[in-house]
Design a protein around this ligand. Structure first.
Ligand code: NDP
Length: 296
């Protein structure tokens, strides 16, 4: 079997079209959706992500303001800016790019953002509401984007065995929560695997839906994939490649060439989950803007 490719760029483009229409409708009512983004420090990958998010905001008609702060910025100053953004009714969504420098406590910062402006879906109030099945809670963008991808290819996880490899708070854990919910495009039987799991290969081979978010290049190999499984590769890793123009190339956590010979559907890296994450962020921002005006 050679897998069909799940084209994250195309699916994300269609989500962005919907978001753009929603943003236009809001503007016609006098509401200009606005996302405020904070970047602390000079991490090159974070700068690229923030740049991409801002570019996509502009494309769909979301206004952007940002604070690009030096790495030595105090936690107090970060919290002060967040308080300002929280109090500003023209700002609908707030995003703090992670990771933060070591002297800043990520939980304190995440919890300072008002839940109704927490478009990343990381605030404990949103995490708790989502876990309790509240479909109005903002969902973390990456796992939500994966669910939307499954919907777009018409693959319903209901009744299927999903294995999520990775249990981070931003990907693995919320992915497992979303897939196990008693809701449309969920209802899966979910196993969460991690670095302490015995027989990872055996667990992966049980998956009808295999979602990998570990951050280790090509660690899930073809022999770990069940025939006909749907494989979603969340990982983004740089590996040295002297032949590539930049001296490196991006690979996922799944050995794509091997896995695609066994899977029925598979996401590429790049061009798979990555664009979906940004599209869902834009979606959450217009949703927040609509709610602020009582229109959604
Ligand atoms: P974290 O490092 O926070 O979590 C990694 C998880 O993988 C942990 O739960 C860890 O287990 C588990 N793990 C590590 N090694 C193994 C192993 N050998 N076998 C089984 N499990 C293992 O990473 P993130 O969740 O933040 O990100 C994962 C990947 O996804 C990264 O490549 C990241 O760049 C990418 N990513 C991509 C996004 C996108 O938009 N495409 C968005 C966010 C992340 P334990 O808990 O036991 O340590």
């Amino acid at each position: 079997m050679t897998a069909k490719i799940i084209d994250g760029n195309a699916i994300a483009a269609s989500v962005r079209e919907d978001v753009k229409a929603e943003a236009t409708a809001l503007r016609e009512k006098g509401i200009e959706p606005c996302l405020a983004v904070m970047l602390v420090g000079e991490d090159p990958a974070s700068r690229v992500y923030v740049g991409m998010k801002e570019k996509k905001c502009a494309e769909v008609g979301i206004r952007n303001i940002d604070a690009r702060l030096p790495a030595e910025t105090s936690q107090e100053e970060i919290l002060r800016i967040l308080d300002e953004w929280n109090a500003d009714p023209s700002i609908h969504g707030i995003l703090v790019q992670l990771p933060l420098p070591d002297h800043v406590d990520e939980s304190t910062v995440t919890e300072r953002i008002l839940p109704e402006k927490d478009v990343d879906g990381f605030h404990p109030v949103n995490v708790g509401r989502m876990s309790a099945g509240d479909t109005d809670a903002f969902r973390p963008c990456t796992p939500h984007g994966v669910q939307v991808m499954l919907k777009h290819i018409g693959w319903d996880p209901s009744g299927k065995h999903a294995v999520v490899v990775g249990r981070s708070n931003i990907v693995g854990r919320p992915m497992a929560t979303i897939l196990s919910q008693k809701q449309p495009w969920a209802n899966a039987t979910v196993t969460v695997a991690h670095s302490r799991s015995d027989d990872l290969a055996g667990i992966c081979r049980l998956a009808d839906l295999l979602i990998v978010a570990v951050g280790r290049p090509e660690s899930v190999t073809g022999d770990m994939v069940k025939e006909g499984a749907v494989v979603i590769d969340v990982g983004v890793n740089r590996v040295d490649d002297p032949e590539a123009p930049k001296g490196y190339r991006l690979v996922g956590d799944v050995a794509f060439e091997e896995a695609k010979e066994v899977a029925s559907w598979i996401t590429p890296v790049p061009g798979g989950v990555g664009p979906m994450t940004i599209a869902m962020l834009l979606q959450n921002t217009v949703t927040a803007a609509g709610r602020s005006a009582g229109t959604s």
